[in-house]
Design a binder for this molecule. Structure first.
Ligand code: AMP
Length: 479
C-alpha cells in the first residue's frame, strides 16, 4: 500500500547561529551548531571575520565530522555565522552547504538561510536572463544576486530592500567583514532569537543554543525585522510590516525544535506536555503502560501519562549513535535506520496493553515497524496516540515533508491508517487541541494539517522546479 520511496519534494531544514563581538567566534559557533544539530545533519559551515579578512570552512556531514580536523584558531575573529543543513538527495552537494560566501564589488558577503523562498525560481530566472551565474541550486542564493544588483547596491536601505523582494519563509543571518545582520520574514515562519554574551551578541535559531554557549536570551526577532550589529551597536529596522495573522510554524513546537528551547514565546517541552494531556482527554484508553517513542514522543507521552493516570515506562531504548531516522536522504537508509535506532524492552511490554505516544506520522513506515516490534516482544495490545493532527499536506516553508501522495494521511483515512499500522486503536490530537494551549493561536501556520497555505501556493513548486532546472543542466561541482 504505502510506499517508502524517496522523492525530490522541497525540503530544507536548517539551523543558524551567529555572533558579533565574541572573541573566538568560531569555537562558539561550533558549539552553537552542535546544539542545533537536530535541525540539519547533512552539512555544516562556519564563516568568521577578524575585521580584516573573512575565512570559512564547510563540509558534508555532522558538525563533529565537518570540523573534526579543523582547528577553530584557523578561523580567527570575533564576528561569525554558522549553519547546519538538511536538504534533498539531489542537492546534498558541497556547493549547497551554507553559509554561502560570495565576493561582490564592495567586498565579501556571507549568508545563512533557514526556510523556503517560494519565489526563488522566478527571481533566479530573471537574474540568469540578465547574465548572472549561479553557483548553487539553493533558493537562498537569489538574495546574494539581489544584494549584488547595482540597482539595490546604490540604495541606502540595500539589505532591507532586497529582503522585500523575497516571498515565503526565511530567517537569515548575513555577514560582512565588519558587521552582522539578522532578519525574519514578515509571516514569522521560522524562529530566530537574539542573545547577549558579555559585550557581544549572539543569534540562534533556537534558544537551546544560546544557553550552550553561555549567552543570555534577550528576545526573538520580530517578523519583518532586520537587526544590524556593528561598531555602532545594535540597530533595528522594519523592512516590511508583519503580515497579521502571523504564520509561525506550529510543527516547530510539535516536533522540530528541541524541548529545552523556547520557540515563538512558548516552552517546547511544556507545550508538548499539554498536547499529551489533551490527547489523553480526547482519546482515552484502558491500558497498562504509556510508552514514548524516544526522543520525539517523550514530552507528550509524559503528558499522556499525567492526564490518564496510566504509568509511563520506557518500552523503547534508543541507540544514540544513530542520527534522526528521518534525516537520511535515501529511503533505504531510513528503513535500515529504524531497527538500529530503537530496541524494545520485552520485560516492559510483555503481556501489557501499551499506549505508544509519538509526535507525528509521516509516511507511516517507521511507526508500523515499531508496532511490529512491540507485538513481537509480546505486547497484548498496542494503542497509538499522536500529538498532532494527521499530517496530510506538504510544507512549502522549510519542514521536510514528502508529497501529499507519500504522506499516509494525505491519501488515507484513519481507519485505513490504523489497519496499515496494525494498531488496536489510533488517536490524533485535534486541531483545536493543537492550537488552544498556545498564547497566540491565530498566529500559526497549520498548512501541513489543514492545507491552508498562508503564502499563495501559486509558486509552491518553485523550489522543486528550481532543483529540477539545475539538475537538467547537469551542474555538479566537487570541492
Ligand atoms: P514515518 O515512519 O514516515 O511516519 O516517520 C515518522 C517519524 O518521523 C516520527 O517519529 C517523527 O518524529 C519523525 N518526523 C516527523 N516529521 C519529520 C521531519 N520533518 N523530519 C524528520 N523527522 C520527522
Amino acid at each position: 500500500m504505502m510506499s517508502d520511496q524517496g522523492s525530490d519534494h522541497p525540503k530544507e531544514e536548517c539551523g543558524l547561529f551567529g555572533v558579533y563581538g565574541v572573541p573566538d567566534a568560531a569555537a562558539h559557533i561550533q558549539r552553537g551548531l552542535f546544539s542545533l544539530q537536530h535541525r540539519g545533519q547533512e552539512g555544516a559551515g562556519i564563516v568568521t571575520s577578524d575585521r580584516k579578512q573573512i575565512r570559512s570552512t564547510k563540509g558534508l556531514g555532522l558538525v563533529n565530522e565537518v570540523f573534526a580536523n579543523k582547528t577553530m584558531s584557523d578561523l580567527p575573529g570575533d564576528i561569525g555565522i554558522g549553519h547546519v543543513r538538511y536538504s534533498t538527495t539531489g542537492s546534498s552537494k558541497i556547493q549547497n552547504v551554507q553559509p554561502l560566501v560570495v565576493e561582490c564589488v564592495d567586498g565579501i558577503w556571507a549568508i545563512g538561510h533557514n526556510g523556503n523562498l517560494v519565489n526563488a525560481r522566478a527571481l533566479r530566472k530573471m537574474y540568469q536572463e540578465a547574465g548572472a551565474i549561479f553557483q548553487t541550486s539553493t533558493d537562498s542564493e537569489v538574495l546574494v544576486h539581489i544584494l549584488a544588483d547595482p540597482m539595490y547596491r546604490a540604495r541606502p536601505q540595500r539589505v532591507a530592500r532586497a529582503l522585500c523582494e523575497l516571498e515565503g519563509a526565511f530567517s537569515f543571518l548575513i555577514m560582512t567583514k565588519d558587521y552582522i545582520m539578522a532578519a525574519r520574514d514578515t509571516n514569522g515562519f521560522r524562529p530566530l532569537s537574539i542573545g547577549k554574551m558579555g559585550d557581544g551578541y549572539v543569534f540562534a535559531s533556537e534558544t537551546c543554543a544560546l544557553g550552550q554557549v553561555g549567552a543570555e536570551y534577550v528576545r526573538d526577532l520580530e517578523p519583518g525585522e532586520l537587526v544590524t550589529i556593528s561598531e555602532a551597536g545594535l540597530t533595528s529596522t522594519v523592512f516590511r510590516e508583519p503580515r497579521k495573522p502571523l504564520a509561525q510554524c506550529v510543527f516547530e513546537l510539535v516536533y522540530f525544535a528541541r524541548p529545552d528551547s523556547d520557540v515563538f514565546g512558548e516552552n517546547v517541552h511544556d507545550i508538548r506536555l499539554k498536547y499529551g494531556r489533551r490527547l489523553a482527554e480526547e482519546y482515552p484508553v484502558e491500558a497498562d503502560i504509556v510508552v514514548p517513542v524516544p526522543d520525539s514522543g517523550n514530552s507528550a507521552a509524559l503528558g499522556f501519562s499525567q492526564g490518564s493516570g496510566i504509568p509511563l515506562d520506557y518500552g523503547f531504548i534508543r541507540n544514540h549513535y544513530i542520527g534522526r531516522t528521518f534525516i537520511m536522504p535515501e529511503a533505504d537508509q531510513r528503513a535500515d535506520g529504524v531497527d538500529l535506532k530503537l530496541a524494545v524492552l520485552p520485560a516492559v511490554v510483555k503481556d501489557k496493553r501499551v499506549v505508544v505516544v509519538d509526535d507525528s506520522i509521516v509516511r507511516g513506515t517507521t511507526s508500523k515497524c515499531r508496532i511490529k516490534s512491540l507485538r513481537r516482544a509480546g505486547a497484548a495490545e498496542v494503542h497509538v496516540r499522536i500529538s498532532c493532527p494527521p499530517s496530510a499536506y506538504p510544507c512549502n516553508y522549510g519542514i521536510d515533508f514528502p508529497t501529499r501522495e507519500e504522506l499516509i494521511a494525505g491519501t488515507h483515512d484513519l481507519e485505513t491508517i490504523k489497519k496499515f499500522l496494525d494498531a488496536d486503536s489510533l488517536g490524533y490530537l485535534s486541531l483545536e487541541g493543537l492550537l488552544s494551549p498556545l498564547k497566540a493561536p491565530d498566529d500559526y501556520c497549520t498548512a501541513c494539517f489543514t492545507g491552508k497555505y498562508p503564502v499563495d501556493r501559486s509558486e509552491a513548486g518553485d523550489k522543486k522546479a528550481l532543483e529540477n532546472d539545475t539538475m537538467e543542466l547537469g551542474f555538479e561541482r566537487h570541492e
